[in-house]
Design a protein around this ligand. Structure first.
Ligand code: ADP
Ligand code: MG
Length: 244
């Protein structure tokens, strides 16, 4: 039995009168890749944001690596440090080189020295196929390359969990494949990943489990060959008929 990395029990999130998450239960074990699919507005981003406490849940429990994030006494910064997050927007520092984008948090947050931070940075740039771009400025890179830099920057922090929120949605179609390729390699290397995506082919091939969300609940979940290829629920079938 492998170790539980994420444990979510009865998660609720409301924004004022808007009840966005209505009781989510989710367990992700070490090395597992879980893809979250569902229509726009169903609460997918909010779910991810509750996993690293960018949003404060209004009910239920979230634990990562055995640390209860919803415990009022928890050291949020320490807990967040173990979680990498990649968004649709890459959020690189535009005035810093690629290498400096990868070293700054290592130095400030993990207190690594310059040589070590640069060594880790270069190793992770190589992992995403961008070793030769260390001295480039973000604006000199394509969107796909910038997103791979953002992934490398997260990896440089040695996360035990990676969250991806539609990482390819802002990219030109011809750049999507390289980013998905990096994510696939990461999955094959055993990274624990929670991925919100509309890329059904990726979910089908890479996910250990697919979660279909609608209206703030998990409508169904299971291996991709069931949820994507043979969905049990009408709502899942309706969604898939629109995106496939
Ligand atoms: P998804 O990622 O599945 O498209 P979201 O989690 O982004 O859905 O949003 C779910 C619902 O919550 C939407 O109706 C959205 O407008 C609302 N919402 C998200 N964030 C906030 C916020 N900070 N304040 C108010 N409403 C929000
Ligand atoms: Mg979203």
């Amino acid at each position: 039995m492998s170790e539980t990395v994420v444990e979510i029990i009865g998660l609720q999130k409301a924004f004022g009168p808007l009840h966005v998450l209505r009781g989510i239960d989710l367990e992700v074990r070490r090395g597992e890749v879980v893809c979250v699919i569902g229509p726009s507005g169903s609460g997918k981003s909010t779910l991810l944001r509750c996993v690293n406490l960018l949003e404060q849940p209004t009910g239920g429990r979230v634990a990562v690596g055995g640390v209860e994030l919803t415990d009022p006494d928890v050291d949020i910064d320490a807990a967040r440090r173990r979680i990498g997050m990649v968004f649709q927007q890459f959020n690189l520092f535009s005035h810093l080189t690629v290498l400096d984008n990868l070293t700054i948090a290592q130095r400030k947050v993990l207190r690594r020295g310059k040589a070590e931070a640069e060594e880790v940075a270069r190793r992770n740039l190589a992992r995403v196929g961008l070793a030769e771009k260390a001295d480039a400025m973000p604006a000199q890179l394509s969107g796909g390359q910038q997103q791979r830099v953002a992934i490398a920057r997260s990896l440089a922090m040695d996360p035990e969990l990676m969250l991806f929120d539609e990482p390819t949605s802002a990219l030109d179609p011809e750049l999507v494949g390289d980013v998905l390729g990096v994510m696939r390699t990461l999955a094959e290397a055993g990274m624990t990943m929670l991925v919100v995506t509309h890329e059904m082919q990726f979910a089908r091939e890479v996910a250990d489990r697919v979660l279909f969300m609608d209206g703030g609940v998990v409508v169904e979940q299971g291996p991709p060959e069931r949820v994507i290829a043979a969905p049990q629920h009408e709502r899942t079938r309706a969604f898939l008929s629109r995106v496939l």
